[in-house]
Design a protein around this ligand. Structure first.
Ligand SMILES: C[S@@+](CC[C@H](N)C(=O)[O-])C[C@H]1O[C@@H](n2cnc3c(N)ncnc32)[C@H](O)[C@@H]1O
Length: 445
């Protein structure tokens, strides 16, 4: 059931209540300064809390994405208990909040991804790989190492690997990691920019390419919509400074933002309500006034924006994304709600409000993979909203959602992550993460 992020919760660090008195005055100030005199959308709040160049969580070199000093030798560990003990030590010795799977299972995780690319790519054209949010560069290095050693030399010699990374400090670490192998450097470059920003991508590129995103969707900004009971209309949520200026609160407006509206339509939330018979909906309306139950629903608007940009600029991309399909023990309310998690003095704790995120907390969301697939089909131009056109033309993407274990069994080397007694953390523990693969079909136009 658990991912690396939650192994930390489960086995290593006692859960504690947020220790607000330990937060420095500077940080307290930052959370309210994210919001100026005007209210901002929730996605802009999340974006600043995570990526503000000075104070954002991912802008701080030391703690957002960890690098293991050396690979774990799974084959030398006895079993689950020994693995947990080892992990416990790693977490205790570091200031790192989480180690992502590509890091914990290096180099095998990245090698599995490289193998999936080599098996599916048309190797008669130069291989072009983009990675978005490459963290510490472990995936990039692992993939390039694998191609260097396993593909025909011309494939390695002619390949390019472009990392698009929003955090300047992580971009620097990526250059260092990949630079450990000198020959990779002429094929690798980091572009330090926001991948969801169309202007950074330049002209449309018609050649086939690969786009990799590991644990990136979970950190993309989301929006929040709210309805005060089961039948009232949904409203978009904005964040504003309260009158006392020291705290933040929510403000509700009718749905007007175009990204929110598109996401809402892709989700079909409206239809779910309007397809009910009038008698049933009247009964529901009365019931909701007598027993009102507020509704909150998080929308992956950052993902929608990113896929719109990617489909626009790289129409023949093949996409490999891996992320959490489910998060346990979420304290924040709403469908697809995030965990807002921080680590202080070696201890992890979750905030119960996203408004408490001050650049010291990771805000990460579960990915609804079926919704991701719909967004992908929508951005490819095949899925049309409010029209029944989708079925008339062929799909523009072939897609598949796989459990991490299925993906790794197919493309990876599972024996390398197996302990002596047969326990295999990559296959046995990562039940709440999935892979999404999406490749173009011939129905491009
Ligand atoms: C949780 S980390 C995952 C890092 C790495 N992929 C891994 O699995 O170890 C998320 C990464 O995405 C980057 N990121 C988030 N939003 C981004 C954006 N809009 N454009 C480019 N990079 C982004 C972060 O800076 C960070 O490197």
């Amino acid at each position: 059931m658990w991912s690396s992020k939650h192994l930390a919760f489960l086995f290593h660090i006692p859960r504690v209540k947020p220790l607000d008195h330990l937060v420095s005055p500077f940080r307290a100030l930052f959370s309210t300064h994210i919001v100026g005199d005007e209210p901002i959308l929730v996605r802009d709040f999340v974006h600043s809390a995570l990526y503000d160049p000075k104070h954002g969580y991912f802008s701080q070199r030391s703690r957002s994405v960890g690098v293991l000093e050396r690979s774990i030798k799974f084959n030398q560990l006895e079993g689950r208990k020994a693995y947990m003990k080892h992990l416990d030590k790693i977490y205790k010795d570091s200031d790192i909040a989480w180690f992502t799977p590509v890091e914990l299972f290096k180099p095998w995780y990245a090698h599995g991804i490289a193998e999936s690319i080599l098996r599916t790519a048309n190797l008669s054209v130069p291989l072009k790989i983009y990675e978005i949010g490459g963290g510490s560069g472990t995936c990039a290095k692992g993939i390039m190492d694998y191609i260097m050693l396993n593909a025909p030399p011309r494939v390695y010699n002619n390949m390019t690997y472009i990392s698009v990374e929003i955090s300047p400090s992580l971009a620097e670490i990526q250059r260092e990691t990949v630079g450990e192998v000198r020959s990779h450097l002429s094929k690798f470059r980091v572009e330090c920019r926001d991948a969801t920003n169309r202007s950074g991508w330049g002209d449309v590129q018609q050649q086939p390419c690969w786009v990799i995103m590991l644990e990136v969707l979970d950190n993309l900004p989301h929006d929040l919509i709210y309805s005060k009971d089961q039948s009232s209309p949904w409203m978009e949520v904005w964040v504003e400074r309260q009158h006392d200026r020291g705290t933040l609160g929510e403000l509700y407006k009718p749905l007007q933002d175009s990204l929110i509206r598109h996401c809402f339509e892709i989700l079909d939330l409206d239809k779910r309500q309007t397809t009910q018979s009038s008698v049933l909906s009247k009964a529901k309306s009365i019931w909701s006034k007598v027993f009102p139950k507020p509704r909150r629903c998080w929308l992956p608007t950052g993902c929608l924006k990113l896929l719109e940009v990617l489909h626009g600029v790289l129409p023949k991309m093949s996409l490999i994304a891996s992320d959490f399909s489910y998060l346990p023990d979420v304290r924040i309310l709403g469908e697809r709600a995030p965990l807002v998690s921080t680590k202080k003095d070696g201890r992890s704790s979750d905030y119960s409000s996203y408004l408490d995120a001050k650049g010291d907390a990771d805000i990460f969301f579960p990915t609804d993979f079926l919704l991701l697939e719909r967004i992908d089909h929508y951005c490819s131009g095949w899925l049309k909203l409010n029209k029944d056109q989708s079925s008339k033309q062929g799909k523009k993407r072939r897609t598949i959602i796989l459990d991490t274990s299925s993906f790794m069994e197919e493309f990876g080397l599972p024996t390398k992550t197996r302990t002596k007694d047969g326990y295999n953390p990559l296959l046995d523990d990562f039940k709440n993460t999935k892979f999404y693969l999406s490749v173009p079909t011939h129905n491009i136009k």
